[in-house]
Design a protein around this ligand. Structure first.
Ligand code: ZN
Length: 205
């Protein structure tokens, strides 16, 4: 931190670990106006920290490593986010709301894509990163509910939870640049046009 600069907890923390390289996904996880529990879940995903069934099965904790979403495949981190047909259909829907099209693939493809494409924090990359964290979080919660609580939501209910969280954060924004793309994304997400600013802005959320 520079002398006289604004204090930042993140910078203070980074200064304590001087030789730690910044991971390429840091800007995908630590975004402005993030939802902390979603970011934590996304951070765990990038670190391959979730206790997925393939890991538990390999050490004899579970009898089966078959994906709980009924697709018949093995549950791995790559499969869950978002190669599985259930979670893929959720992520595909969110991508289309953010005006991206998706070719498929699992976490190796999605993570690489997010690092490469979602640079900066202007509105479109920001809302896509917010959506990614929300999708990973709510799909993981749904997986846990099915596995441990015998509680099942369908795809549309999970999408509804994600959309509600993302919309809630968007409604706290002030001044989003009213360019053509942002206007379309606002329409897709059903966000109030009053949040769009016609004036000169940075586009930062
Ligand atoms: Zn599956």
């Amino acid at each position: 931190m520079k002398r006289g600069g604004t204090f930042s907890l993140q910078q203070a923390w980074m200064s304590l670990i001087p030789h730690s390289p910044v991971v390429p996904w840091a800007n995908v996880v630590w975004i402005p106006n993030r939802i902390p529990k979603h970011s934590f879940c996304l951070w765990l995903t990038f670190r391959n920290g979730h206790k997925t069934l393939d890991k538990l099965h390999s050490i004899g904790v579970t009898q089966s490593d078959t994906c709980i979403f009924g697709c018949g495949y093995r549950e791995t981190i790559n499969h869950l986010f978002f190669s599985c047909s259930f979670t893929a259909s959720i992520w595909n829907h969110l991508m289309s709301l953010c005006e991206y099209s998706r070719g498929g693939g699992g976490w190796d493809v999605v993570s690489e894509w997010s690092i490469r494409k979602l640079q900066g924090h202007s509105f479109r990359p920001w809302i896509t990163k917010l959506s990614l964290a929300a999708a990973v979080y709510h799909c993981w919660v749904e997986r846990n509910n099915r596995l441990f609580r015998n509680s099942f939501r369908n795809r549309d209910s999970v999408i509804q939870l994600i959309v509600s969280d993302v919309e809630g954060k968007c409604r706290c924004l002030d001044r989003v640049v009213a360019n053509q793309l942002n206007t379309v994304i606002f329409h897709n997400w059903n966000l109030p046009p009053s949040l769009l600013s016609a004036g000169v802005g940075t586009g930062r959320p």
